[in-house]
Design a protein around this ligand. Structure first.
Ligand SMILES: C[S@@+](CC[C@H](N)C(=O)[O-])C[C@H]1O[C@@H](n2cnc3c(N)ncnc32)[C@H](O)[C@@H]1O
Length: 320
């Protein structure tokens, strides 16, 4: 039943996106099994500095971060939204387990494969840690959850996943988080910071072609799951960074005029030559915008942890 709802949403979102001007597809659909694997390749590229920066922060400050999370040693739920392969999170998990911190780990991810693999690897590497994975869209999961559970919550949102949200999604996300949390609960969010455009551009337009493959995989997914007939070879990937807004925008551009029929939607969509499909936003932040965001949604910034190059910040917030 749940699978049906997810598939219906995929259809509705696709129909809406391809009927809009400009056309768009939602980046949360990148993460089928193949897309999740390609994303792991992206994370391992040297150009994708975000992984190394956040790993450095978690390694350097694991003691301090643990003390903040443990706050008086009462047990807590550690809830991670969009946990992915959890490779960076494991640094903190291992440290907390070694310090006998009392917590449950609840990774949420839209990809079942990713969740299963994370659960299995944690069962092997940290058998004493209670792990309760959930699969689905974290916007839905945040809505469904009881916001006032018996024990306190620490919520992780790493990898600058937050940068993928439009203004509306950002508002919805923090509004739901505000309802989901109680005073004293904590948020630990990874924000990628503004920096030299040269460095940012390389991370999203890489020489290995992983980002291109990641974008095109969504068209493959539409072909396989919704019976679309996208001619994948007729698209090129284009990325641009606007240093004023801090927005990286990723597009697939149709190199030829084409008409795409999507069987599951019983609908055809015309693409003009050089028409773009907007695929993903990856927003970059500055210190001031973080403060303002926290204030707007009733959180206080407790501490900012940055890497040695000041490229990335993991910001620890406490709910007022
Ligand atoms: C940019 S990756 C970050 C992964 C991990 N947090 C890290 O820092 O390495 C985004 C992750 O969030 C998941 N994801 C994306 N949109 C989601 C959504 N709406 N609901 C749940 N998971 C989502 C993807 O499957 C993927 O694992």
């Amino acid at each position: 039943m749940e699978k049906l709802t997810v598939q219906t949403e995929f259809m509705t979102d696709t129909a809406e996106g391809l009927s809009s001007r400009p056309k768009y597809l939602l980046s949360k659909y990148f993460y089928d099994d193949k897309g999740s694997n390609i994303f792991q390749d992206i994370m391992q590229m040297p150009e994708y500095y975000l992984t190394d920066c956040e790993q450095e922060i978690l390694s350097l400050y694991k003691d301090e971060i643990t003390n903040h999370f443990n706050n008086g040693s009462s047990p807590f739920d550690l809830i991670e939204l969009g946990a992915g392969d959890g490779s960076k999170t494991k640094t903190i998990l291992k440290h907390m387990v070694s310090q006998s911190v009392k917590f449950n780990y609840q990774p949420f991810d839209i990809s079942k494969l990713t969740n299963n693999e994370l659960e299995q690897s944690l069962n092997n590497e940290l058998p004493e840690l209670p792990v309760f994975p959930k699969t689905g869209d974290f916007f839905q999961l945040l809505k469904k959850q009881n916001g006032h559970a018996a024990i306190r919550k620490v919520i992780l949102f790493l990898g600058s996943n937050i940068g993928n949200f439009s203004d509306d999604e950002l508002h919805l996300f923090f509004t739901r988080l505000k309802e989901f949390t109680s005073p004293g609960d904590k948020l630990f969010i990874g924000f990628d910071l503004k920096k030299s455009p040269k460095i940012i551009r390389k991370a999203y337009d890489d020489p290995h072609g992983h980002t291109r493959k990641f974008n095109l995989n969504l068209l493959h997914r539409l072909n396989n799951e919704l019976g679309a007939d996208f001619n994948i070879d007729k698209f090129e990937q284009h990325t641009e960074y606007d240093p004023a807004s801090g927005e990286v925008k990723s597009y697939l551009i149709s190199m030829e005029e084409q008409v795409v029929y999507i069987k599951a939607l019983k609908e055809q969509y015309e693409l003009k030559q050089w028409e773009p499909i907007f695929m993903e936003l990856s927003r970059k932040f500055d210190a001031e915008s973080l403060e303002n965001l926290a204030k707007e949604y009733d959180f206080i910034v407790e501490q900012n942890f940055t890497d040695l190059r000041n490229f990335f910040v993991d910001s620890l917030w406490i709910r007022k």
